[in-house]
Design a protein around this ligand. Structure first.
Ligand code: SF4
Length: 360
């Protein structure tokens, strides 16, 4: 177990202000760089790095940014335009499909429904990407890396963490309720100072997807040979709607849609479930179905108004992960985490503290 000590060191206001000003100027220049690239990319319908590269020198001289930063702006603008094109292609396909279905349909009522669907779909035509406010730009190896100064490294080495023995010593000392309350008080103080006293209260609907992880995780009841409903019999759309109605009626403002990992892709199932919840309530939604969503699914979920997606890493120790979850992939979960971030959705994760401690 790793317990972290938090020590706050006062830093002069002037230093913080100066650093923030520099960062502000840099992020403003980067945003301007992305906007300039985006304009040229859209005008010329550019989709490859080679074509976009033609504008780099010009944008370097306008913004005064070093080449590596301008390349990062180029990549960001390209990614925005390509995502738009992909969404647009899908939208066009859906419109054509719907038109065909309307043409074929003989039933008047059904036809009216399809026409209404088409009307709504047309109103949702994806729009060209624009820059509103500051845009996050990825720092990569071309730009450099963030390093701690020598004194900061020394400080970290000295104070950052306590040893397992120290942690056990503290726990062994806590033998009475009073001592426990004292420890809990300190833990709460550290939490409040580090992340704030934020409590999120939400409902849970699951399982919306079955689990095809094979072999199952060692801590899962599937490992004991059980066939739990949550892993094998996901809820129907009607059940999801009912669950959402019931949770909403309690005044709860957020709901988690959770399920097992469907390794051949859970995008469609999750999107259907989100639509079902949206149909009957206005609760904020977050998703937790393991690494079964691709980037395109994430973009669609964002469009549907999903607030957060979870990539539950459980542990970041590859050896422990492999031992506890032999049918799962830490790489896939890390990739999902990166994509959640790239798409601009809120990111959630879960850590299982103490899992497979004997391996460490
Ligand atoms: S992913 Fe979840 S449901 Fe699937 S085996 Fe692991 S713990 Fe069980």
């Amino acid at each position: 177990m790793k317990v972290q000590k938090t020590i706050k060191i006062p830093i002069s206001d002037k230093t913080t202000k100066e650093k923030l000003e520099k960062l502000n100027r840099l992020t403003a220049c980067l945003t301007y760089g992305v906007q300039l690239f985006l304009n040229r990319i859209i005008e010329n319908d550019v989709t490859t790095v080679r074509e976009a590269e033609k504008f780099r020198k010009e944008i370097e001289s306008i913004t005064g940014l070093p080449s590596a930063f301008v390349q990062a702006c180029r990549d960001k603008a390209l990614w925005m335009y390509r995502s738009y094109k992909q969404q647009y292609r899908e939208w066009k396909r859906s419109v054509a499909k719907l038109k065909k279905a309307i043409k074929k349909c003989k039933d008047k009522r059904k036809k009216r429904k399809l026409e209404h669907k088409l009307y709504r779909l047309r109103n949702r035509e994806p729009s060209l990407p624009t820059v509103n406010g500051k845009i996050p730009v990825m720092f990569n190896y071309r730009i450099g890396s963030i390093e701690f100064s020598y004194s900061a490294k020394e400080f970290r080495a000295k104070y950052e963490s306590i040893t397992q023995e120290e942690a056990l010593y503290i726990l062994k000392k806590v033998q009475t309720i009073d001592k426990f309350l004292e420890l809990a008080k300190i833990a709460s103080k550290v939490r409040d100072e580090e992340v704030g006293a934020v409590f999120k209260f939400d409902g849970f609907i699951g399982s919306i997807t079955p689990c095809t992880t094979n072999p199952p995780c060692k801590y899962c009841s599937r490992s004991a040979g059980n066939h739990p409903d949550f892993a094998e019999k996901p809820l129907t759309i009607e059940e999801i709607e009912l669950g959402a109605k019931l949770i909403d009626s309690t005044g709860t403002k957020r709901v988690e849609l959770g399920g097992g990992t469907l390794w051949n892709g859970a995008g469609e199932k999750v999107i259907e479930a989100v639509k079902a919840v949206k149909k009957v309530s206005s609760m904020d939604i977050w998703i937790n179905v393991g690494p079964a969503l691709n980037k395109n699914d994430l973009i669609r979920l964002k469009e549907l108004g999903v607030k957060e997606v979870c990539s539950s890493l459980e542990t970041i120790n590859p050896k422990v992960f492999k031992e506890a979850k032999p049918g799962d992939s830490l790489e896939a979960r890390m990739k999902l985490a990166e994509e959640i971030n790239e798409v601009g959705l809120g990111f959630k994760s879960v850590m299982m503290v103490g899992m497979m401690l004997t391996l460490l």
